[in-house]
Design a protein around this ligand. Sequence first.
Ligand SMILES: C[S@@+](CC[C@H](N)C(=O)[O-])C[C@H]1O[C@@H](n2cnc3c(N)ncnc32)[C@H](O)[C@@H]1O
Length: 252
Amino acid sequence: MAKSPAQKIREVATTGVGTLRREGAKNGKGLKSAYLADPIHSYLTEHSSPPDPILDALSAVTATLPEAEMQVPAEQGTFLTILTASIAPRRAVEIGTFTGYSALCIARGLPPGGRLLCLDISAEWTSIARQYWARAGVSDHIDLALGPAADSLGMLPEEPTFDLAFIDADKTSYRRYYELLFPRMNPNGVIIVDNVLQYGHVVRSHSDNPAVVAVKQFNELLAGDSRVQVVMLPIADGLTIVRKLPSPRTPV
Ligand SMILES: C[S@@+](CC[C@H](N)C(=O)[O-])C[C@H]1O[C@@H](n2cnc3c(N)ncnc32)[C@H](O)[C@@H]1O
């Protein structure tokens, strides 16, 4: 039987990462918290600002989807809001929006007049996002472009535009997204990259999972890129923060 567009999108969107994430969940670590023992993870979330009722409601709706594990966890969402508010980007871009949780967290940190461009291929999942952005009163700050993110990025002028970017889409395209984003980032602009530890598979030498192979190569590329300052954090499934240096080799 022919696959529906929704089925095809699901396949593209989850290729290579679904299995790993489910492994993380099976190990009792919960969604995207593969590196913390349960009591530590509970303590950490109990001592962080909790999500508000709109984020909770969005999580509850997303939890009914088979792909629910793709959503960023609450503590990562709070981190995104705090980081966005600290950077105060005039323009931000998100690659991989799903049902809109991380986008809502980023939008809530924007300064007055700040805008977030969201890129995703799924009209179905982002229709949920639109509902919750409206409920949260952030719709006017978000532009959503549907289609392959590389195409959408490639159509933007190649000039410094963004102060903040969040990459959380198909892992095998991370390098391509970085290359497309880099010239479009302002000096000192920050790119946040999700799932950079691939549930620990990045340190297992024999994984031939395409997502793991791609993320490992991408991590190597970043570590050797003299144009940026990089720190990798063990939040959720690993988060890399990349700062575009004002000029190469000036780390401070
Ligand atoms: C891990 S989810 C994003 C989760 C989201 N950041 C959140 O907090 O809920 C990955 C998303 O990337 C999208 N995606 C996958 N391949 C894509 C592509 N080539 N272009 C644009 N979006 C893509 C999927 O449709 C999916 O919504």
